[in-house]
Write a protein that binds this ligand. Sequence first.
Ligand SMILES: Nc1ncnc2c1ncn2[C@@H]1O[C@H](COP(=O)(O)OP(=O)(O)O)[C@@H](O)[C@H]1O
Ligand SMILES: [Mg+2]
Length: 234
Amino acid sequence: MKTLAVLSRKGGTGKTTLALHLAVAARNAGLSTLVVDLDRQQSSVEWRRQRGRCDILVEAVKPGALFTRQQDACREGIDLLIVDTGPSLEADVEQAIRCADLCAIVARPNFFDIKAVADTAALAHSFHRDVVFVLNQAPSRRGGFENPAVGEAVLTLRALGGVVAPIGLRSRVAYQQSVALGLTAQEHEPEGSAASEIAALWRWMESRLHTERAPTPRIPTFVSLAAERTARPF
Ligand SMILES: Nc1ncnc2c1ncn2[C@@H]1O[C@H](COP(=O)(O)OP(=O)(O)O)[C@@H](O)[C@H]1O
Ligand SMILES: [Mg+2]
């Protein structure tokens, strides 16, 4: 079993959105997936209630019980444990980091979010965890060009010593509309752009999860055009 912790000290960066979309992508890839919700707001649990179906397991877990739940999940044959965290206390985040094979730190490409990730990244590094940054709500390209805020965010995040996932999530209403229905974008609009970027991000995350100490991947330039039809790297 692999454990992915989704982190950021700020609220509203997109932790729950990312956790749930990756959970559905993993389930679609045939993995039995459990999302544990450490956040007191319990957004993931709310989403599961709205969803009604039980194809994705989502449970509220107290941070102190995470390690035990992880061990039980392993025994139960869960393939992937995704830990959705709150914008919370260091101690809670530390529990998630300790349990994680991979820490995904979510940030929007703005000054406040990028400033806020440094401490979380440092904490994860202090436990020798693999750290990736995932940019969320990135503005769409215009005329084939990346918004300068995205380029600046990528450079700042790299300077913190993590790898920036080459595929992030653009700002798209599909993410908001789908979760309100207890779905994800790939279920709500399977042919949409959000669906293809999530598929591409999941492929990248999965390979990262299975790489013991992943080498830094080739860094795409902002104007490089990937093979992906709509999900282009930053
Ligand atoms: N890529 C995106 N595009 C548009 N809206 C988004 C995106 N990611 C998140 N949101 C919206 O931003 C808000 C906060 O997202 P959420 O996942 O709850 O953040 P967090 O869990 O970090 O507090 C929600 O209303 C969500 O629908
Ligand atoms: Mg949340």
